[in-house]
Design a protein around this ligand. Structure first.
Ligand code: 3PG
Length: 207
């Protein structure tokens, strides 16, 4: 799988900070039921790493990757656990090298022209825009499309059902990431049917 393949799986990439490992499979099943077959499980919670392992072993139809990959060590641990791809909030040479070494697609976060140039100079044409709204949102992406025509983005950070189409309608956006589709409260209440509904509503609202 390439980073392009990852960003083609779904127009919406759920960004998940899982509090309890037991919620991993019901959440993955709820997303599949709602039409979303990709998960970015962040490593910012204790349960994240094991959740990746559990889902990758039990639900092969779910494409599971890791998020909040901020150093080589967590990159390696995520891949060992079964992450098929990784997202990072930022970009640096070490993460890029790890992506080659571990033969695993890295979708790094960029927020400035210099960071886009670091990506492109290393053959990376698929990045997050992070944090999307505070980094300039739609206007930043339009500005990047001039000098960096080959770069494609997954804006993440502040995206919701109200503004997702502003991003998805841009030529240099393949998908958006967000946590709004997997509300913590719904997971705490084990209201997975609500998450399925949010997926269906969001996918149906894309135009
Ligand atoms: C994150 O890393 O938390 C993501 O950018 C999600 O941002 P969001 O909560 O604004 O969707």
């Amino acid at each position: 799988m390439t980073a392009y393949d990852v960003m083609q799986i779904s127009p919406i990439v759920p960004v998940i900070a899982l509090e309890h490992l037991d919620d991993a499979l019901p959440l993955a099943e709820a997303l599949l039921e709602g039409g979303i077959s990709i998960m970015e499980i962040t490593l910012r919670t204790e349960a994240g790493l094991n959740a990746i392992g559990k889902i990758s072993k039990s639900l092969p139809q779910m494409n599971v990757g890791a998020g909040t990959i901020i150093n080589i060590d967590c990159f390696k641990r995520a891949v060992n656990e079964g992450a098929e791809f990784v997202f990072s909030p930022g970009i640096n040479a070490e993460l890029i090298q790890s992506s080659f070494d571990l033969d695993t697609p890295l979708i790094p976060g960029v927020a400035t022209a210099s960071e886009v140039m670091l990506a492109l100079n290393n053959g990376i044409e698929h990045c997050k825009l992070f944090p999307a709204i505070s980094a300039g949102g739609v206007e930043a992406l339009k500005s990047f499309s001039g000098p960096f025509a080959s770069m494609h983005f997954c804006p993440t950070g502040g995206i919701n059902i109200e503004n997702m189409n502003d991003f998805l309608s841009l030529d240099n956006v393949l998908c958006v990431g967000g946590s709004w589709i997997v509300p913590k409260q719904a997971i705490r209440e084990k209201n997975f049917a609500h998450i399925t509904e949010l997926c269906k509503v969001a996918l149906g609202a894309i135009h």
